[in-house]
Design a protein around this ligand. Structure first.
Ligand SMILES: Nc1ncnc2c1ncn2[C@@H]1O[C@H](COP(=O)(O)OP(=O)(O)OP(=O)(O)O)[C@@H](O)[C@H]1O
Length: 707
């Protein structure tokens, strides 16, 4: 094991480290004071620039805050001395060889670094170096803090004298500080892991911006943490490029986003948008409806993209082929002369535009100019000398505008989707050979609403509208998108996310064993194809940080039934006694749950009571009757309110120090099929950091007991 050093007496190395901490803090204060005192009156020509600059300075001042309880640095690297590097007179021997690694860069008055940002290239060996590959590091020191006080450190000698006997130095050992960090009781939102990012995680965090990375990871292997740290890293390494393109974090629901929302600000990144797929595509649309599972399945299927493409395309009326489209051709009057573009030529123009695969809207914008060009050709043939201005004027004449309206009418994406879902004939025409009659029937509305405003749109409808919108006008691409709990997205949702990073890249995080939607991802290659990133690399994380060994082994019994191809996760913490399974009589069940909650609350940290949705009201009543206050997911836990009652459907991505799981069989039964039910159970069994208590009156599912 790496050597751990407890607090020591005066003028110990710990004191020297504390002194460095104190002077780094003072330097940070000075940096902040300098930013606050910046006078911009001389450098800005107008008030708009002044406002922009002022808000940037405000952000910088905020980012320079020395947060109480957040250690300014958490590690130190001593690099090997260069071969011929004898220290000059008066020069400290460690000059240029010792780096303190922290959340942000801090420099002294002379501009020399006192703390190096964890994202800087110099910091990388802190996460990756090992005895086998020391990367120039002689000593790696990790610091332990208690309430903002530096109280301990842990050394690993990776090369040079003493490296043989001191510590394992593999860079993989779950040192005491890592264990302590994981087991530090949780209240409040998710924390960053910047001090203890592991080598396999760091590889993902620092992967190049250009490529999309997909991470398959068992519960608690740090996917969410890795995704968030990756955003922070990319913003550091490619700040300007990403400031232009933008970054986005997508999570499964609002309560999850509230749980993770503090991580990036704690890493100094205050401006990253975090949203759900539903919110991303809604764009002002009110979502009030819900689909039957059968309808949702069809609406989420990638084949709907082809149906929509045909539906949008059906708006175009080709002159000469479709009745009513500029049947007389177009006649433009200029002064005393009339110029006519005949139907067959209009038809050619339209067919050519259709063949070019442009967005519907772009082609519609190009059409008036094409017709005007045909008029110009005639003018030239008649000896006139028209110029660009004439062409523009012709394109704007009422005759051309009227023709465009008939040939290429504007498409309203929501109205188009409503028509598809309410007009059986139109749907049949667009879905021919793509959807079966049964599938068409599944998505047709029984009672179509009067209009777009009256429609009760479902989340899947909003995705269809988003696809239609993109067929009309290209969706803008962001620089980078992190997609968490990706296994639950439908192919159509992947497409919606994919077009938001079509010229950028993505980090896709998920676990096939935790897929609980009807369309859940069966394999990453297919999902990445829908995302438009088939070339993405898939990495696997199996080393679990959250869940104690005994608990993950129990939950992993479900794997053969829910995701046979996946390797079970290991745990970095054995913690015997972390799992308790209590069989009780039905009439004692609520009392047993309340008792388990009380026991858990007697310890430190957060407590989650997870139960099937329809068991929640009875359990809430039992907790109330027992005088145990409780929160809902998304409400922030605090020292005074540590118990959250979590419907199983919202447990994904969350974690609690202690979990009480009520009636596993009810959790399974609440889902439409057994595999989804067992997957939901797997999610709920893997939320605990320190202990899991299962309380049941019914028989446990066979897949869990094996008998
Ligand atoms: N390197 C690490 N150091 C300290 N804690 C870590 C590390 N990696 C992960 N953790 C902790 O383990 C817990 C699980 O991490 P996270 O939620 O990111 O996992 P996940 O793979 O997204 O899990 P799930 O699949 O259940 O959503 C978190 O509390 C996280 O802070």
């Amino acid at each position: 094991m790496p050597a751990a050093h407890p607090p020591s007496p005066a003028d110990s190395p710990l004191d020297a480290e504390r002194a460095h901490l104190a002077s780094s803090r003072a330097a940070l204060r000075a940096m902040r004071a300098e930013a606050e005192a910046l006078d911009i009156s001389d450098v800005t020509a107008n008030w708009v620039n002044a406002e922009v600059l002022r808000s940037e300075i405000e952000l910088r001042v905020k980012a320079l805050a020395d947060l109480a309880g957040t250690p300014l640095f958490f590690g130190r690297l001593d690099l090997e001395a260069p071969e011929d590097g004898k220290a000059e007179d008066g020069e400290r021997e460690d000059d240029g060889r010792r780096f303190y690694i922290g959340r942000r860069h801090v420099h002294d008055a002379a501009g020399d670094p006192m703390v190096i940002d964890w994202r800087a290239p110099v910091s990388q060996p802190f996460y990756r170096a090992s005895r086998q590959d020391p990367q120039g590091v002689e000593l790696r020191r990790r610091f332990g803090y208690e309430g903002g006080e530096l109280t301990a450190y842990e050394d690993e000698r990776l090369s040079g004298p003493g490296s043989e006997e001191d510590g394992e130095g593999t860079g993989e050992a779950a040192g005491a500080l890592l264990r302590r960090e994981i087991e530090r009781p949780r209240v409040g939102p998710m924390r960053d892991i910047v001090a203890t990012i592991q080598p396999e995680q760091d590889e993902i965090v620092r992967a190049a911006l250009g490529g999309t990375v997909c991470v398959q990871g068992a519960p608690g292997t740090g996917k969410t943490a890795v995704g968030l740290h990756r955003v922070a890293y990319l913003l550091y390494a490619h700040r300007e490029r990403l400031a232009r393109g933008g970054t986005l974090v997508i999570g499964p629901n609002r309560s999850f986003l509230r749980y993770i929302e503090q991580v990036l600000p704690a890493l100094g990144e205050l401006a990253v948008r975090q949203t759900t797929v539903d919110e991303l595509v809604a764009e002002g649309l009110e979502i009030r409806g819900e689909d039957s599972p059968a309808a949702a399945l069809v609406k989420g299927d990638a084949r709907m993209a082809e149906v929509l493409r045909r539906a949008v395309r059906a708006g175009v009326r080709v002159p000469g082929e479709d009745p009513g489209a500029a049947a007389e051709g177009v006649t433009v009057v200029r002064g005393s002369r009339r110029w006519r573009v005949p139907v067959h030529e209009l038809g050619e123009i339209v067919r050519e535009l259709l063949g070019r695969g442009l967005r519907y809207g772009s082609a519609r914008e190009a059409l008036p100019q094409r017709i005007a060009h045909a008029v110009l050709v005639r003018m030239e043939a008649a000896g006139e000398a028209p110029d660009d201005r004439t062409q523009n004027a012709v394109a704007r004449t009422p005759a051309v505008k009227a023709a465009v309206k008939e040939i290429w009418p504007p498409v309203d994406p929501a109205r188009l989707v409503l028509r598809l879902l309410s007009d059986a004939e139109f749907l049949a025409a667009c879905a021919e050979g793509v959807l079966t009659p049964q599938e068409q029937a599944a998505i047709l509305l029984e009672r179509p609403p009067r209009g777009v405003k009256a429609a009760r749109w479902s989340p899947a409808d909003a995705v269809l509208i988003d696809e239609a919108r993109d067929l009309v006008e290209r969706t803008g691409s962001l620089g980078h998108v992190v997609l968490d709990e990706a296994q639950d997205l439908s192919p159509m949702q992947y497409r919606a996310v994919g077009r938001r990073c079509s010229t950028g890249s993505a980090t896709v995080l998920g676990d096939i064993a935790q897929g609980t939607t009807p369309w859940a991802t069966a394999d990453w290659a297919t999902a990445l194809g829908h995302l438009g990133k088939p070339e993405a690399e898939v990495a696997e994380l199996t080393r679990g940080f959250r869940v104690p060994g005994e608990v993950i082994a129990y939950a992993s019994r479900l794997l053969p039934a829910i995701a046979p191809g996946l390797a079970p996760a290991t745990s970095v913490r054995a913690s015997a006694g972390a799992l308790r399974v209590r069989a009780v009589e039905p009439e004692e069940r609520e009392a047993a749950v309340v008792a388990a909650c009380r026991e858990a609350l007697a310890g430190e940290g957060s407590v989650g009571l997870i139960a099937a949705g329809d068991r929640v009201p009875a359990l809430a009543a039992a907790l109330d009757a027992a005088g145990l206050g409780h929160l809902s997911p998304g409400e922030e836990t605090s020292g005074a309110a540590r118990l959250t009652l979590v419907p199983a459907a919202l447990a994904k991505g969350l974690e609690y120090d202690h979990v009480i799981l009520d009636e596993p069989t009810a959790v399974v039964a609440a889902e439409p099929d057994e595999r989804t039910g067992l997957r939901r159970l797997y999610v709920t069994l893997t939320r605990a950091v320190s202990g899991l208590t299962v309380v049941h009156a019914e028989r446990l599912p066979l897949a869990l007991t094996g008998r």
